[in-house]
Design a protein around this ligand. Structure first.
Ligand code: URA
Length: 226
C-alpha cells in the first residue's frame, strides 16, 4: 500500500500533498515565485524519503521542520542539498541506518535502512519559518504518514516545531510531552526521541554539536536493538 492510509470506516487519507497543494496560500505563492525564478528546480511539496524495501521496513521515522529553499525544495528529497543533510546523513550511515554515498542529489546512491525521513511542513516556507496555521494544516499529512508504517517503533523529532507537531499528530498534549534535546518519551507504543535541529545555524552557534547529535542517535539505535 502506498499513497494513502486506510482507517476503518473512514475515507483514505493522502500521505502526501498534491503537487499544487493549495491548502496554505502563502506557501503555495512562495513556491510559485520559485517556479518562475528557478524552473529547473523541484519547487513542490516534498514527499517522504523511504527505504527501497518500502513502508513495512520502516521502524524509525525522522521528522524535520520543512524543506530548505536551496535544499529539498530544489532537489525534491528531504535534507538533500543544504547543510542540514550533511550531518544527518553522515550520522545515519554511522549507525547503519543508511548506506551508499550521500552526494546531496536525489539520484545519488544513498539508501535508507529501516528508516524514513519526512518534514512537519512539506512546502518551503519564507525564511525557513512556517506559521502556526501552516504547521497545523500540514499535520493532515503527518498523521497518515506516521500511520503508514505498520512496524514503526521510534520517531526522532528535529527541533521544537517538528516535535510539537509530531506529539499532536500522535494525539498527545504538548504540555505533557515538552520538547527537550536528548529526551525520550513514549506516546502510545511509539518512542519519541528529540534533538535540536541539525541546521547550520544550530551547529555554528554551538546549540548542537556533532557529539550531541551522535549521542541522540546512539540512544535511538540502542532502543531499536532491544
Ligand atoms: N531540509 C529538510 O528537508 N528539512 C529540514 O528540516 C531542513 C532541511
Amino acid at each position: 500500500m502506498s499513497g494513502t492510509t486506510l482507517q476503518a470506516g473512514r475515507p483514505a487519507l493522502p500521505v502526501d500533498p498534491d503537487r499544487d497543494c493549495p491548502l496554505c496560500p502563502r506557501l503555495h505563492d512562495f513556491i510559485a515565485s520559485w517556479r518562475a525564478r528557478e524552473p529547473g528546480w523541484y519547487n513542490g511539496p516534498v514527499r517522504s524519503f523511504l527505504p527501497p524495501e518500502g513502508e513495512a521496513a520502516v521502524r524509525f521515522l525522522i521528522v524535520g521542520l520543512a524543506p530548505g529553499v536551496r535544499g529539498a525544495n530544489r532537489t525534491g528529497r528531504p535534507f538533500t542539498g543544504d547543510y542540514a543533510g550533511e550531518l544527518l546523513y553522515s550520522t545515519l550511515k554511522r549507525f547503519g541506518m543508511a548506506r551508499g554515498e550521500f552526494e546531496a542529489r536525489p539520484d545519488d546512491s544513498l539508501e535508507l535502512i529501516g528508516t524514513a525521513i519526512t518534514n512537519a511542513v512539506r512546502c518551503v516556507p519564507p525564511d525557513n519559518k512556517p506559521v502556526g496555521a501552516e504547521i497545523n494544516t500540514c499535520r493532515s499529512f503527518l498523521v497518515p504518514t506516521i500511520a503508514r508504517f505498520p512496524n514503526l517503533k521510534a520517531i526522532l523529532t528535529l527541533g521544537s516545531i517538528g516535535h510539537q507537531s509530531t506529539v499532536r499528530a500522535l494525539g498527545a498534549r504538548v504540555a505533557a510531552v515538552p520538547f527537550k534535546h536528548g529526551a525520550r518519551c513514549d506516546v502510545g507504543n511509539i518512542a519519541v526521541f528529540s534533538s535540536y535541529h541539525c541546521s547550520r545555524y544550530n551547529t555554528n552557534t554551538g546549540v548542537l554539536t556533532e557529539e550531541m547529535f551522535v549521542n541522540v542517535f546512539r540512544d535511538v539505535a540502542e532502543f531499536l536493538q532491544q
